[in-house]
Ligand binder design. Structure first.
Ligand code: ADP
Ligand code: MG
Length: 623
């Protein structure tokens, strides 16, 4: 709630709207207490008095009635009717939408076709028809305005309900034996409520206008009762001779609708969870860079990709999450380097920082360098990053179902990946896509290219994702846990495929995983990451045979070995530290059985050349 207020307060226009609306509401609340003349008392002798004459602050109308008094009472009525119409339309519409979306099938069909029929008529015509049938009068105008707005709410809410009605938490509620009513009220309703509120806050202004419109036509409030629409309607005849009679209610309608809409937009922005997580701003095209120190000098290496003291953090409010705290890593041509660590150790953020793909806000790269063939990518112009993304450096992610677009055929997605970077004809791109699918050993590639992602199995989809990564023959592929979502046999096939591709094409791979078994199968070298830093690095054989850092040792002890007899598996006690409150010194010390007081006193350097370890009491001597 407080974040909602904070976000709303940051939106100046919304605050302005709230202030104007607040003043108007205050005025109409105190109206009965003000020494105002009767709004309906006519005095033909005082017709069309100008504002500020003879004690009439806003003048009088064609029957000599006090305009200020009529304005305030009329505003009260108009606001009340608009609000009531919005509440009715919102409640009824939401109820219809929830029922249709939740039950689906025939119920959904019948309800939504009825709603469609309502929507088939022009808005205002329908309202006019309803009032004509019910007879003129403010209450009937209210019903008419509410009725014509119900379809809008019903459609919106149905859409949201359909998307959550088959989510796991609803299934869980069903399994636990809850009835439909309980599920609708406790599981579905809280999830659609923000949508209803957002829709209401953005349409309430419209409903006030529509009610005013009906009154203007004489179908709403009946004389002598004043509302803003009827005041405007009655003033029509004297528009030229006594313009103030039109301007006064007109200005009020303008102020109300404007302030309601500004506030409504603000409420929508602050409530929308997608906008909220990004602190009301869209992520930028490339990660924000704020390097205080000059980047490290370029060293002479043969590495294709080298990270040098890379630091990436998330700034959320006053908290700073140091997700990557100075990572250095070099990948040579044709080499496969494993990056391993527990979940949350910063592997993905490291990988995404390379191409500036960490969402900003809240992500910021605060230091270090990422060199691709010697050229620093941190802070490179977006055009350059874009040209390199997917062309020189490609990514493979964990879940191919969410990286492939569900509505396009895999072939179209492949050709698109090629044509973004290369001007080649559609046919040539198509041929290339078939070739790529064959390269990743998809049987019957020419037919498979016409499949949609959902028609493929998990392993096939990941092959397609790999084919996309290969599309432009990149120098580096960054694979972020590409086999974690797959079962073991498929995982073995995918690893074999990656290994073959690397040998055939000489592409370098940064392979991210949390599984030492996978590292052993694929990687030449491995770096172990803990709490945003590399704690050990070396060739795979060295690290697996003789782990030097206590963390690595315990991580390896967690992996069961087939045929190794009965060996006790030891989970590492405790949890990784939260990266917004890292301990002083070694981050692993609180969980380490070897830790002494010395471990927590000062920074511990990564020592060694080639084989490196960040520990003052290593299990093995690496020097
Ligand atoms: P993993 O090693 O499992 O891939 P990540 O690189 O995804 O871990 O995350 C590293 C750390 O960064 C985690 O501790 C996570 O809490 C933090 N983090 C990631 N994204 C955000 C974010 N948007 N805001 C704050 N912290 C984040
Ligand atoms: Mg990850």
């Amino acid at each position: 709630m407080s974040t909602f207020i904070k976000l709303l307060a940051r939106n100046r226009l919304a605050i302005f709207g709230a202030a104007v609306l607040g003043v108007i509401i205050l005025l109409i609340v105190v109206t009965p207490l003000l020494p105002l003349p009767d709004p309906d008392a006519t005095a033909t002798a005082d017709r069309f008095k100008r504002p500020f004459s003879d004690g009439f602050i806003l003048g009088t109308d064609h029957l000599g009635r006090d305009l200020l008094s009529r304005l305030l009472w009329g505003t009260q009525l108009s606001l009340a009717v608009g609000l009531a119409a919005a509440l009715i339309a919102g409640t009824v519409g939401a109820a219809i939408g929830i029922v249709a979306g939740y039950f689906g099938g025939r119920i959904d069909n019948v309800i939504m076709r009825a709603i469609d029929m309502l929507m088939a008529f022009p808005y205002i015509l329908l309202a006019l028809a309803i009032v004509a049938a019910l007879g003129p009068g403010l209450l009937n105008a209210l019903y008419a305005v509410a009725a014509v707005n119900i379809p809008f709410f019903a459609r919106n809410v149905r859409g949201v309900t359909v998307s959550i009605a088959h989510k796991e938490f609803v299934d869980a509620a069903r399994l636990s034996g809850m009835g439909h009513i309980r599920i609708l009220t406790t599981e579905i309703l809280p999830n659609v409520l923000p949508v209803v509120i957002i829709a209401m806050s953005t349409t309430i202004g419209w409903m006030i206008l529509e009610t005013a419109g009906l009154s203007f036509l004489g179908l709403g409030s009946q004389p002598p009762q004043a509302d803003l629409g009827s005041m405007l309607g009655e003033a029509r005849a004297a528009l030229i001779t006594a313009p103030h009679t039109s301007i006064v209610p007109g200005m009020m309608i303008l102020l109300i609708v404007m302030s309601v809409n500004l506030l409504g937009d603000g409420v929508r922005d602050a409530l929308d969870p997608r906008l909220r997580s990004g602190a009301l701003s869209r992520p930028m095209a490339a990660t924000l860079v704020r390097r205080d120190e000059t980047p490290p000098e370029e060293a002479e290496t043969e590495a294709v990709l080298s990270l040098e003291n890379l630091q990436t953090r998330f700034e959320v409010g006053s908290r700073i999450y140091r997700a990557v705290g100075g990572v250095s890593l070099a990948i040579n041509p044709g080499e496969c380097v494993g990056l391993i660590g527990e979940s949350g150790s910063g592997k993905s953020v490291t990988a995404l920082s390379v191409m500036g793909l960490v969402a900003s806000p809240p992500g910021i790269i605060t230091g270090g360098a990422v060199r691709l063939n010697g050229q620093d990518l941190i802070g490179a112009p977006y055009r350059r990053l874009r040209a390199l993304r997917g062309d020189r450096v490609a990514y493979i992610f964990q879940d191919p179902l969410s990286t492939l677009h569900p509505l396009y055929r895999v072939g179209d997605q492949l050709t698109e990946a090629i044509r973004v970077h290369h001007r080649i004809s559609r046919d040539a791109a198509h041929e290339r896509a078939v070739k790529l699918l064959e390269d990743v050993r998809i049987p019957n590639a020419r037919a498979r290219i016409r499949s949609y992602p959902h028609e493929l199995s998990g392993g096939m989809r990941q092959r397609v994702a790999i084919a996309m990564a290969l599309a432009n023959e990149p120098e580096v592929i960054i694979a972020d846990e590409p086999t974690t979502a797959l079962d073991v046999t498929v995982q073995a096939q995918i690893l074999k495929l990656l290994d073959d591709l690397r040998r055939d094409r000489g592409v370098s791979i940064l392979f991210i995983t949390h599984d030492f078994g996978v590292v052993g199968q694929l990687c030449d070298r491995v770096a172990v990451m803990y709490a945003g830093r590399i704690v050990e690095e070396g060739t795979t054989a060295e690290v697996l045979d003789a782990p030097a850092h206590p963390y690595t040792k315990r991580l390896i002890a967690c992996v069961p070995e087939l045929g190794a007899g009965r060996r006790e598996l030891h989970a590492i006690p405790g949890l990784p530290p939260a990266v917004d409150q890292l301990p002083h010194g070694c981050a692993f010390a609180p969980r380490c059985h070897k830790a002494t007081g010395l471990c927590a006193t000062s920074e511990i350097e990564l020592t060694g050349t080639g084989r490196k370890v960040r520990c003052i009491l290593p299990e093995e001597d690496v020097a």
